[in-house]
Design a protein around this ligand. Structure first.
Ligand SMILES: Cc1ncc(COP(=O)(O)O)c(C=O)c1O
Length: 367
């Protein structure tokens, strides 16, 4: 009998991609695999700019360093404050600190897992200089409202699209809506070279400073020619892959609809088209989240906890705005699905729905 869950279904990246093999062979044959400079990084940067409809793209070693480069590129006053969601990727907090700026924590919208635009204004002080906005776990931040607030207060926006590559809002690609956008090509990401990242911008001044920062010393944080070579073909298939993930997520959500009171799925932005690197649910309690994740781990099912968030950081490290209740809840009650299964056959997605339904029905028997 087949097991309830086969760990192979979680494998990423998949190893049957001929375009990647051709790219590797091409880099081998033309010698670019072993050079500091060659055609691949340049071509990838042009591809990124065209795909996102921005003027400039600059590749680098990771999404984490891309956030730091973005902040450097913005030339923010030393010691000034950068707002970010109190639930976000841990590296974003560190990136602010690493460039000599000070984090200010704003609560999230519990339905989208993204910074709550309604709470940004009260977080702004005379020292504020920028906001980091991450589209997380299938949620899309309200960029229109955030842009209006940022413009009113003269703040720059770093838009972190590491989890939402290829997604759209109002027809525009995520990552193209801030002053600087950030992408990751890490080993678990939708587009991967094992490691890697990029920044995107229409601002020539930002790009100029970012380049200077990148090229200090021995070009400290570059993407290699070999990495760029394997990334180029992935942009051609991203759109189709995102559509497959989207339809499988719709299928999964429909199958689990009757459990929404226990496991509430990330809200769908009517004007957006999410890209699912992760998909989040909020559990009705911390205990349920822990129990479900423990059972998933037992069975090899790709459900995991969310980020820890920053709500427990001391006042010496960050200024906190309000109670940050939704961020705290998210750090305890989030259950996340990792994306590879969303490119598998529908039957496997149905098995996942079945596994979750059975667990929940067992724990929460219906009258
Ligand atoms: C929202 C977000 N920002 C930034 C990063 C950092 O990317 P990298 O792993 O390439 O450093 C990640 C990685 O998961 C992320 O989820």
């Amino acid at each position: 009998m087949e097991p309830a869950w086969n760990p192979d279904w979680n494998a990423w990246p998949t190893n049957n991609n001929e375009a990647i093999r051709d790219a590797l062979l091409g880099a081998y044959q033309d010698g670019s695999w072993g050079r500091y400079h060659g055609p691949n990084v340049e071509k990838l940067e042009a591809t990124l700019a065209t795909f996102h409809q921005v003027d400039h793209a600059l590749t680098c070693a990771s999404g984490t360093i891309a956030v730091q480069i973005a902040l450097q590129g913005l030339n923010l006053p030393a010691g000034s404050e950068v707002l970010l969601a109190a639930y976000d990727f841990p590296g974003n907090f560190r990136a602010i600190q690493d460039v000599g700026l000070f984090p200010v924590l704003v609560d999230i919208d519990p339905k989208t897992w993204c910074i709550d635009p309604g709470q940004i204004e009260e977080a702004i002080s005379e020292k504020s200089s920028a906001i980091i906005v991450s589209h997380l776990h299938g949620g899309i931040a309200d960029m229109k409202q955030i842009r209006e607030i940022a413009d009113r207060h003269g703040l720059a926006i770093v838009e972190d699209a590491c989890q939402s590559t290829g997604g759209r809002l109002n027809g525009k690609r995520l990552g193209s809506l801030g002053d600087v956008g950030v992408l990751s090509f890490g080993g678990s990401k939708l587009i991967t070279a094992g490691r890697g990242g990029a920044i995107l911008s229409n601002r020539a001044d930002v790009m100029q400073r970012a380049k200077v920062f990148c090229e200090r010393g021995n070009h400290a944080f570059p993407l290699s020619e070999l990495q760029a070579a394997v990334l180029i073909p992935q942009w051609q298939t991203l759109e189709a892959a995102n559509q497959t993930r989207l339809s499988n997520i719709k299928r999964l959500r429909a199958a689990l609809h009757s459990f929404n009171g226990i496991l509430a799925p990330v809200a769908w932005n009517a004007l957006g088209e999410p890209a699912f690197y992760k998909h989040a649910w909020k559990c009705e309690s911390t205990e349920t989240a822990r129990w479900l994740i423990a059972n998933a781990q037992r069975d090899g099912v790709p459900l995991a906890e969310g980020f820890r968030g920053f709500t427990k950081r001391p006042a010496s490290q960050a200024r906190k705005v309000g109670r940050l209740k939704s961020a705290k809840d998210a750090s305890e009650q989030t259950v996340i699905l990792h994306h590879p299964v969303l490119l598998r056959d529908k039957e496997i997605v149905d098995r996942l729905a079945h596994w979750i339904s059975e667990e929940l029905e067992h724990q929460f028997p219906r009258p």
